[in-house]
Design a protein around this ligand. Structure first.
Ligand SMILES: Cc1ncc(COP(=O)(O)O)c(C=O)c1O
Length: 394
């Protein structure tokens, strides 16, 4: 008898949490094109094209710009393990959970981790980095550009200027910002940055676009210890992706072909739309969501400069967090709960990638209003959708 097992049949959800966002159908189509060998000349040409498009999205000329074969966390880890050696000093800016995570990753390299913190929901004034560097030099400043746990947007250009004035490098987590907010690597003079595939770039999770500038590459070359991680060692990784000089490619790991197709298509979509248009689309969806939220009588948690693509919403008194999110899931809509100290107090809503547009925003607002009303929350019914859609009226 032939064994028959159930077909894969996941629900179709509107993904309005902090990521993944819904993948663009063009990207899913690209992923289903034929797999070829990872050293096939045709694939090497696709890698080169993907690198060059990624440079445009990161607004950089850095040769060392690739989608690493792993999720955003590995891109962040690659920055720490390549740029830090045991005994080095690193200053980590913490404005939420993902900054704490950078500090944890950095501490595992044997570096001396010095922390500068701001209360959750706020950002760190750049002068605080200067005070810390004046007190004691450091090799690296690492910080999160778009803090997904609090919805705050950390100013980074000023921090980069300070870092370089004191001879330090700067590494950035742009997991949530890339593709939805300007990330100007060259103009801001950022030495290293890492992002992900599954948020504003609109591809499935699985790759971490990273970029390394000349100072960072020099620091890696001058290391006195081997990079502790074989997989994340930039020297080995760029022997496969190409170091920009010799054109021979050396086997490092088997490139995740279909995911690189996905990234290539995601970047093609971003560049065809145009970076400025894409940022404006995210900003408009953000304004629409905020208008709807306010009309419902809800408020945002974030005190500091806010992100357009990630909203941290205060849960009103008397509303059961888990029950509300479960109700939304029954309507095939996903949002997320708060992180750490914000768990049970906030929701995290993503307005990212293909979902940064009118239909997903008004769909979510209408569903939230219904789910809140079922728990006895009182508001002006219909006002949220009316206010959000008004933002899109010409
Ligand atoms: C700011 C930030 N950094 C790092 C990560 C980790 O990325 P990944 O889940 O792709 O490993 C996330 C994931 O949500 C994030 O929001």
């Amino acid at each position: 008898m032939t064994l028959r097992l159930p077909e894969l049949n996941p629900p179709v959800r509107l993904l309005m949490g902090p990521g993944p966002s819904n993948a663009d159908p063009r990207i899913l189509r690209a992923m289903s094109t034929p797999v070829i060998g990872h050293l096939d000349p045709a694939f090497l040409a696709i890698m080169d094209e993907t690198m060059s498009w990624l440079r445009e999205v990161y607004q950089t000329k850095n040769h060392h710009t690739v989608p690493m074969s792993a999720t955003g966390s590995a891109g962040i880890e690659s920055m720490m393990v390549n740029l830090l050696e045991p005994g080095d000093d690193v200053i980590v800016g913490i404005i939420g959970y993902f900054g704490q995570r950078i500090a944890e990753v950095a501490s595992r390299t044997g570096a001396n981790v010095r922390i500068i913190e701001a209360p959750f929901g706020e950002v760190i004034p750049p002068e605080r980095f200067e005070e810390e560097l004046r007190r004691k030099p450091a090799k690296l400043i690492a910080l999160v550009h778009a803090e997904t746990s609090t919805g705050a947007q950390q100013p980074v250009a000023e921090v980069a200027e300070i870092a370089h004035r004191y001879g330090a490098l700067i590494a950035l987590d742009c997991v949530t910002s890339l593709g939805g907010l300007p990330v100007k690597i060259d103009e801001w003079d950022i030495d290293a940055a890492a992002s992900c595939s599954q948020k504003c770039l609109g591809a499935p999770p699985g790759l971490s676009p990273v970029t390394y500038g000349p100072r960072a590459i020099e620091a890696v070359r001058k290391r006195s210890h081997k990079v502790q991680s074989w997989y994340l060692d930039l020297n080995l990784l760029f022997a496969y992706w190409g170091d920009g000089k010799a054109n021979n490619r050396v086997f490092h790991h088997t490139g995740p072909i279909s995911m690189i197709y996905a990234m290539r298509e995601a970047l093609r979509i971003v560049l065809e739309e145009g970076l400025e248009n894409r940022f404006e689309r995210h900003a408009k969806a953000s304004r629409a969501f905020d208008a709807g939220l306010e009309a419902m009588g809800l408020s945002l948690f974030t005190q500091g400069p806010r992100l357009p693509m990630l909203k941290v919403v205060n849960i009103p008194d008397g509303i059961n967090d888990a029950a509300l999110r479960q109700r939304l899931l029954e309507m095939n809509i996903e949002i997320s709960g708060g992180f750490g100290p914000l768990a049970g107090k906030t929701w995290r809503v993503g307005v990212m990638g293909v979902n940064a547009s009118m239909h997903p925003v008004v769909t979510l607002l209408g569903a939230m209003e219904q789910a809140l009303a079922e728990q006895g929350y009182r508001c002006d019914r219909g006002a949220a959708v009316a206010s959000a859609s008004a933002v899109y009226k010409i």
